[in-house]
Design a protein around this ligand. Structure first.
Ligand code: NAG
Ligand code: NAG
Ligand code: NAG
Ligand code: NAG
Ligand code: NAG
Ligand code: NAG
Length: 558
């Protein structure tokens, strides 16, 4: 579609939206005073106030035990950082929260780094961070024991997702260092905790070589798992151990590392929770030979969406376009069901100093500074707009992270298309330590509040909780949304396990209580930590941190 026609359509769509809310305050970026201390190339919210950041073992400024740290805890209340001691190299790992609330980070870099002599290889690592009750993280540490607690197969650049029994499926990756793309692949799946003593071979991972690092993986509401890597997609049945081949992503677009697009499971709604997956960005090149690629190769603007029921699969992918091409975009849920599209570059590739004409060490160029919003329910071709979205002013290319926070805004950090800490004049894309939030309009108005929430919520149950609703929102007919969310593990333009399940419910006539019904089972929302948000007419409350399910260690069916 011609770009002019396209932007006209979105401008018209937005014009009508802004008429509906004439005095609405805008979106804004807020730069924090303190920096992240390490390059925050991975980020996961582990409690209502704490985010774990991981970098590679390198020469970052933040110190612990007389060496550079490569793990850190970011405090969302005070916007401050403290180092976290890590044993193994967490560079390019994945991770998630388990059914018992413990965070597991898996895989990583096989090598150490000269500045960190004590570093251990990370490619078979499992790093655990147990639930932390201290709002500031006092006494909370990572646990590692490489001799007894490790993956079956070596995995650098793997993916993972929490599944219906609260454990993790761990997917793909490569064994050791390879140039640019996957030449030494781990063509298998495994689980944490283990379900068997050998990894499960995967034809899909073989078929999707060579641009298949960090496969995009989602637990579906029937317990199966959707995966997309390169331009291939499947549904994997964990219980039957079978792969069902789905249509390719259209038009030769490849969406996984080093041609990173991103993917997201769109919000699941009762009563049927029909899953739909959206994949955006990446690259439309036939070759993966880095000598034939440059930092100026245009990225793909394509967004492809597929509904994963029989009818939707028969219909295949539906295509539309972002306002610009993006390599390494981030797709992140808002509690109201919209999707934030942020970061990445208009040209080039992921990885470091491998293609022609790198910009310094960066394989990518032309950073996209203005986010867009994707509205799933809008008509095809009118779903994406950046009207009212500000510029971040900070390029976020390879090795950056974004996460929704329990406060309802987005925490944005990282970017480092360099081998080590690289800062200084003349460096266009330095190691980035600045931390920002992207604050939605509702952060600056009076918001609904969830005044109390049980710590644990059982499946298929009804709960009534006290709330307060500002008078401006207490009107009959207001749009009420109650979302149960996993905020995901952000690494390499993908948010492992990120999920939004809408819950049926309603606000009492006096606006003082909210009654809602939890998802029917752990297939719809894999048992584990969740954040509950109440949104009234697009004004979202702060989230309530809960345990969805029993809180038992995996595997658990409740
Ligand atoms: C850190 O280095 C200082 C000075 O070299 C030394 O005195 C101190 O014992 C070291 N601390 C640790 C925890 O190794
Ligand atoms: C991967 O696919 C190739 C080409 O079809 C085949 O020769 C090879 O045996 C496969 N490898 C594995 C491990 O399945
Ligand atoms: C997917 O990639 C393969 C391998 O490059 C190619 O043969 C195939 O045509 C692509 N599919 C589509 C729909 O573009
Ligand atoms: C960065 O590291 C890669 C692989 O470790 C190496 O091949 C490359 O030469 C390094 N580049 C720079 C600029 O140091
Ligand atoms: C959920 O609970 C209702 C009764 O409250 C029951 O009829 C229904 O079968 C339950 N569903 C599941 C999936 O357990
Ligand atoms: C959670 O489960 C994992 C996997 O079995 C285990 O390693 C961890 O210690 C458990 N954490 C808690 C708090 O029970």
């Amino acid at each position: 579609m011609a770009p002019t026609a396209f932007s006209l359509v979105s401008a018209l769509a937005l014009a009508s939206l802004s008429l509906a809310a004439p005095s609405a305050p805008g979106w804004s970026f807020d730069l924090k005073k303190e920096t992240s201390g390490i390059v925050a190339l991975e980020a996961i919210v582990v409690s209502p106030t704490l985010v774990v950041f991981f970098d590679r073992a390198s020469d970052d400024p933040l110190q612990i035990n007389n060496h550079s740290a490569w793990g850190a805890l970011w405090n969302l209340e005070s916007s401050t950082v403290r180092p976290l001691d890590v044993l193994t190299n967490s560079f390019c790992a994945s991770g998630a929260l388990l059914s018992n609330g413990t965070m597991a980070s898996v895989g990583g870099d096989p090598d150490g780094f000269v500045g960190n002599p004590a570093i251990r290889p990370g490619n078979q690592a499992i790093r655990l961070f147990e639930p932390c009750d201290s709002p500031t993280g006092d006494g909370c540490t990572l646990f590692e024991d490489p001799a007894t607690l490790h993956l079956l197969e070596k995995r650098w650049y793997p993916s993972s997702a929490r599944i219906f029994d609260g454990s993790l499926i761990i997917v793909g990756g490569m064994h050791e260092a390879t140039p640019f793309y996957n030449t030494d692949p781990a063509l298998s799946f495994e689980f944490f905790p283990r379900k068997e003593d050998t990894p499960r071979p995967s034809e899909f991972l073989n078929r999707s070589l060579p641009a298949n690092l960090f496969p995009r993986v989602f637990a579906l509401p029937d317990g199966k798992v959707f995966m997309v890597a390169n331009n291939q997609s499947i549904i994997y049945d964990i219980e039957a151990k079978t792969e069902r081949i789905l249509p390719d992503v259209p038009n030769n677009v490849r969406v996984t590392n080093p041609m990173d697009g991103s993917a997201i499971l769109l919000p699941l709604s009762p009563p049927d929770f029909v899953p739909e997956v959206l994949v955006c960005g990446g690259s439309q090149t036939d070759t993966i030979d880095p000598s034939l690629l440059t930092s100026q190769t245009p990225a793909s603007s394509q967004c492809s969406r597929i509904r994963l029921d029989e009818e939707g699969i028969a219909k295949g992918w539906e295509v539309e376009h972002m306002l610009e091409g993006r390599i390494m975009p981030e797709l992140v849920h808002l509690p109201n069901g919209q999707v934030l599209i942020a970061n990445g570059g208009r040209t080039g590739f992921a990885a470091i100093a491998s293609v022609s004409e790198p910009v310094g060490n960066s394989n990518a160029d032309h950073p996209v500074l203005v986010p867009s919003l994707y509205t799933p329910d809008a008509p095809l071709g009118r779903r994406i707009s950046n009207v009212g979205l500000p510029s971040s002013g900070i390029p976020r290319l390879y090795h950056s992270s974004v996460t929704l926070t329990p406060q309802g805004n987005f925490l944005i950090a990282g970017s480092n298309p360099n081998n080590r800490t690289t800062v200084g004049p003349g460096i266009k894309f330095p190691s980035e330590f600045r931390v920002q939030t992207l604050d939605p309009p509702f952060m600056s108005v009076e918001r609904p509040k969830i005044l109390n929430m049980p710590k644990k919520l059982g499946f298929n149950k009804s709960f009534t909780v006290p709330i307060s609703v500002p008078s401006s929102l207490a009107r009959p007919g207001a749009k009420v949304q109650i979302s149960l969310m996993d905020l995901g593990f952000s690494s390499h333009a993908f948010h492992s396990s990120a999920r939004l399940v809408f819950m049926n419910g309603k606000i009492s006539q006096d606006s003082k209580s909210l009654t809602f019904t939890t998802p029917p089972n752990g297939r719809v929302y894999p048992p584990g930590p969740a954040t509950v948000f109440l949104t009234i007419d697009d004004v979202t409350s702060e989230g309530a941190w809960v345990m969805m399910g029993s809180g038992n260690s995996p595997p658990t069916l409740e």
